[in-house]
Design a protein. Sequence first.
Length: 349
Amino acid sequence: MKRFLTLGLVLIFSYGTAQDQNPPNIILMIGDGMGLTQITAGMYAQGNTTVLEQFEAVGLAKTHAHEQLVTDSAASGTAMACGEKTYNGVLGINPKNERLESILEYAQTQGYLSALLATSSIVHATPAAFYANVDSRKKYQEIALQMSESKVDYFIGGGRTHFTTREDNRNLIEEMRDYDIVNSLKKFEKSTASKIGFFTDEEEPKPIAQGRYPDLDEMVNATLDKLATKNKPFFMMVEGSQIDWGGHANELNYVLSEFKDFDKAVAAVLAFAKKQGNTLVIVTADHETGGFSLLKGSVEKSSVSGKYSTTGHSAAMVPVFAYGPGAASFSGIYENTSIFKKMKVLIPE
């Protein structure tokens, strides 16, 4: 009996040690404005299939902001990135006016590499929630300054003008001497610098239907190729930003094309996680946009149609999909702040 007890303790200790030595990669993917009906419509529109069906765990997140039922992307982004509810429009600051540390910043203190990818500008609300502390999401030049001073290893997104055409006459790109700032995905892929930034547009990138370059899955694969060679754990946030913009415009085709682009990126991330192992993938939304109801369509013809109830956001809960180490903890119903907490507990101190 003693022999079996000793063996059991050795196995438990060995497992714990192995976990400590191999902290998991964490990839958080946010489909901005992507509620359950957007996912359903996107699934039926592309042959009744989505890669999200392959995930191990599914939960629901409550999205309300501090003292406001309907959230915006800044408050919801802060909740997921920093673990506290805040006012709409505020990034990385709680209602007590305290600056918050994001999951990306916390992971960096524990030896993680980091990456931010978005199909919006890199200073837009959701990506900014992971590195900025400002009282208004509209202060793009201040957000750009904080981005230039951050320690993010890789970033891809639009918004170059906020770094170069500024009221303070500073050129932040020239000041970002630690970075290789490139102007194409090919140059991003070829760069051997330890920190790389790729501005995809001077301001906001085009919709994918109008020829946005590059596709989100290409951005994802190029970044994962970099991270995979570093022999360090990493945190990466990927946003499919323009699903939300299609919802605001009440244009279903815009939503569907952006969902397809995002779904391809999720497929790329999931393939990486399955191949590499020890990688947690979380896919969710910051909120639902448009109050969309799916009313008609054909599974056989991959066609869908419906109605919108608003050009703004709704207060509907959003789904959370998880795959990999710790995925089971994302089942159930919880506040969106719990996403931060569920990620943080997996990062060893």
